[in-house]
Each structure stands twice: as C-alpha cells, then as structure tokens.
Design a protein around this ligand. Sequence first.
Ligand SMILES: [Zn+2]
Length: 348
Amino acid sequence: MRFVLSVFVLASWLASAAAAGAEDDLTKLADGVYVRIVEPDSNAVGNSGVLVLEHGVLVFDTHFTPEAGQQLRKAIESVTMKPVLYLVNSHFHPDHTHGNQAFQGVPYSICSYNTRRDILQRDLPAFNRTVAVAGAQVEKLQKELLREKDAGRKESIRTQIAARQQLLARATRLKIFAPYITFDETMSIMDGGREVPLRWIGSGHTDGDIVLLLPGDKIVFAGDLFFNRALPNSQDASLLEWIKTLEHLLKVDADRFVPGHGPVGTRRDVEDFLGYLRELRGMVEPAVTRGDALEQVLAEVTLPGRYSGYRFQEFFPANVQRMYAELKSLKLAEAAAEKPADQKKAKP
Ligand SMILES: [Zn+2]
C-alpha cells in the first residue's frame, strides 16, 4: 500500500513538476508575516509561510520539489536581504518537505520528533523503493523493446521508457533532508523581541503535525491540520483524533488560519472543515453500528452537496474508508473494555 502510494506521489510529482507554478509572490499578512499560497497542481502543491524576524527569516514548509523550494527562496529574497535562519516542517509529507534542500545548511531546522521519524523511516525508504522500481522497469522495458517487432508497440515502449527516465533524472536531483532539532509538544523560538511558539496540539492529519502561532497578529500557520475548502488527505490520519485536535485549534485566539492547502481561512472556515469531519463520522457511524460491510458503506455514503465546491473530491472514498476503520476499532475496543467489568460482576 505504502509503495503504491509512493509511486502515485512520485508520478504526480513528475506531472506537477512539468507544469511549473508561476506563483512567485508572497502575500503579506502582517508586518514580517508572509504566505505563499500555491495551486495544488503546480510544482509546489502545499502552501508555505515566511516570517521575517529580527535576526533572520523563518520558513514554515518548503513545497513539493527542490525547484519549488528554490522559487520560495527567491520569493523570500524579493522581500528581505536577511538570511534564512530557521526551517520548520509542519509534518513529514513530501509536499511540505521536498523543497527542504533549497534551505539545506540553515542553522536551525525544526520539526516534531514524530515528523523527523517519519521523514527518515517512511518517506525516505518509500522514495528509494520508488526510484529502484522505476529503474528496474526501465531495464525491463529496454529488453522488451529489443524483442518487439511491431512499430506501434515499439513507439509505446519508448514513450514509457522516456517517462521513467525523466522521473529518475528528477529523482536523482532530490535530496530528502530531515530537520534535526525536534520537540514533543512545545517549543518557542525567541528572535529579537519576538517569540514564535510552535505547538503539537494533537494527532490528526498525521501524528506529528505542529502549528505555528503568532498571538500578536492573531495568525496561525496550521499546516495540513487545516484543509481550507478541500477534502483532506487521510492516508496517514486519525480522523477521530483530528476532530479533537481541531477543537483545540479553535481555542487559539486567532482570526486568520493559514492552511496547508487552499486560501488563508477564517475561524469560520476552520469550523466548516471540522464540520465536515464530524459529518463524516455522523454518516459512517450508524453503518458501523449495524455491522454493514465496508463495500456497502462506500456504495451508500455520498458526499453532501454543500461540499461539492471543495477541492480534492477524489479523497472522499478514502475518507469514508478511514472513518469506517477507526469507528470499527473504537467499537471493538469499547466492547473489550466492557468485558472485564461483566466478568467481575459474574464472580461470587
Ligand atoms: Zn500532508
């Protein structure tokens, strides 16, 4: 499963890299606070944040490709001459970390302990496997090409080889780089007169997502804990935990929330996203209680019309499947927890 996903990620990376993004500009949210909101089908995929502090610049997430990371670096240079001192990754997903190499050598690179673990133990091996498989496929296709007599088939094989070679050429330029300063729940960067708090407020999109708070400006960089007007990628998620974590997020005194994907949002937008996850639970839970099979649930549960304008509609079946699995385990755990008490009662 992991392998299939990584192939998908790399393939989409290749496709998106071809359609290089043109959004070089940073949008200013407050003094020294910028965001680079990108289109998901650009080479950047995920949003990045930039803080210009007294001694240097902090970068929050680095987009999806080394090229997009470089574009981010150029965009930073268009607003300040200060050096980049701090690199922060919100979580381990490639669309937030594969631009890191454009910032390699920054004095302080920071993420949660779990994010560093996942970059090194999941993303890096998955990427290496994908590259190895693409290399093996090129060899196999080259042998097929030698045996093939039909001109049309030969051309098709050549196209497949070229696509994989292009992918391999790009892959060899990518150096996956994990931040080396980690924390579990709370950390603050004190730079000049400014304190920049970083917080792990709970699992959700992954178990390592952190948020960056700017209390004075009432701004939160929420990473992928917040998808604005988009269905979430739930492949590494705990959706039930995510609901609780968003409830915590909404306790933060802020009025602008920068998502990992989509435009800068308001408190209302975060509430809407939380509403989607709660509604998803509400739609799936009765079926789990009845003991319906997953296939039946996938066939019967449909996305309510009010989310029809959301991006990433293709994530809906995976969202349903993840919610189904979590609710099923929850019910099994609850049933198991009830048992010892019953047995106790039965004892004389
Ligand atoms: Zn993500």
